[in-house]
Design a protein around this ligand. Structure first.
Ligand code: PMP
Length: 357
């Protein structure tokens, strides 16, 4: 349904209609000029040929320094999405299962199914502020659980897992023989402090990327921090699939790391204003929602709503959103991505409120 809405929104735009796109987590912010210049400079320097399947040495070293690990633990990937898929492909065998707190980013479910694994959802609800119920997790993890996937801050709720819960999840997973795959693509731009899987040792897996922190969604660069043996397997998989992330993109990303704090601060502040604006509009309606801990999403609930029908109707009024069913069993919810300027947020949310049944 998420992809159907996206396609229909594009079709309507091609017909000349104006669509306010709250459906995609692709911020309307430009990539910093320093990063663009660095890509161009690297191209001129000849970084246009095949690069290492592990990632450029300098980039791996810089990422290793940031995360306080060795460069051998870092593998650069074609976006964090590819990292998630590769890890599932390498780690999961038929008959094994993956546990994912829901609501969840659609790709975890699609990737797990694609590699033939069972996926088990740990339901969370708005009424309990989207908190993980540890006893439910204990019931879900069994001897066939290979991975527990965490995503804090979360897409679509923008909520963060607190330190105590994070630690308990890691302990339950690891004691049960499962590895935690922690997708932290929204961490650096979070409004609140977040915990990283690396705060709990280096036995688990960190997935991160440049898309969100550096407004580089289209550049397709991410990375993982994993133990050496798994790093070697990922490098081999890169060799037989994507070959490498283009060298000039890696050098652009490396330049981005120099300005990491400034760029992340700018994005965070932009999105804080957007989130405040959206929350103040939504709080005057019958929608129920939890204030986001991070960019980019709000995941409100309207009791009794069929969000799939609502999303399609709203598209005819020029606003695209993602129905809650795209993120698990959440028909009464929908996701609003604040990926448009403030004046469009106002206009789009006004139309959305008018269209509520
Ligand atoms: N993880 C999560 C939770 C996401 O929401 C997204 C993008 N929507 C990604 C990973 C993928 O990011 P990338 O562009 O690095 O592949």
């Amino acid at each position: 349904m998420l992809y159907e809405i996206s396609e229909k929104a594009i079709q309507l735009e091609n017909q000349g209609k104006r669509i306010i796109k709250f459906n995609l987590g692709d911020p309307n912010l430009p990539t910093s000029p320093e990063i663009i210049e660095a890509a161009y400079e690297a191209m001129k320097q000849g970084k246009t040929r095949y690069s290492s399947a592990a990632g450029e040495k300098k980039l791996r070293e810089e990422l290793a320094k940031i995360h306080n690990v060795s460069a051998d633990n870092v593998v650069v990937t074609n976006g964090s999405k590819w990292a998630v898929f590769s890890l599932m492909f390498l780690l999961l065998k038929r008959g094994e299962n993956v546990v994912v707190p829901s609501p969840h980013w659609t790709s975890y479910e699609l990737a797990a199914k694609r590699v033939g694994a069972e996926i088990r959802f740990l339901r969370r609800d708005l009424d309990s502020e989207w908190k993980v119920d540890i006893s439910k997790l204990e019931n879900l993890v069994d001897k066939n659980t290979r991975l527990v996937i965490l995503n804090s801050p979360n897409n679509p709720t923008s909520k963060v897992i607190d330190e105590k819960t994070f630690g308990e999840i890691v302990q339950i997973a690891n004691e049960g023989g499962a590895t935690v795959l922690s997708d932290e693509v929204y961490s650096d731009i979070s409004f609140v402090e977040t915990k990283s899987i690396l705060d709990f040792g280096t036995d688990n897996i960190l997935v991160n990327g440049f898309s969100k922190t550096f407004a580089m969604t289209g550049w397709r660069i991410g990375y993982v921090i994993v133990e050496r043996e798994l790093a070697q397997k990922m490098i081999k998989l890169n060799q037989i699939t994507t070959t490498c992330v283009p060298g000039f993109i890696q050098y652009a990303a490396l330049k981005g790391l120099e300005f990491r704090k400034r760029i992340a601060d700018e994005i965070r502040e932009q999105f804080r204003l957007r989130a405040d604006l959206a929350c103040s509009i939504l709080s005057k309606t019958k929608m129920r929602f939890s204030r986001p801990d991070a960019p980019f999403y709000l995941f409100p609930k309207v009791d009794g709503l069929d969000s799939e029908r609502f999303s399609l109707n709203l598209l005819d009024r020029g606003v695209a959103i993602a129905p809650g069913t795209a993120f698990g069993d959440y028909r009464e919810h929908f996701r609003i991505a604040l990926s448009v300027p403030e004046k469009d947020i106002e206009e789009g949310l006004e139309k959305l409120c008018e269209a509520l049944p």
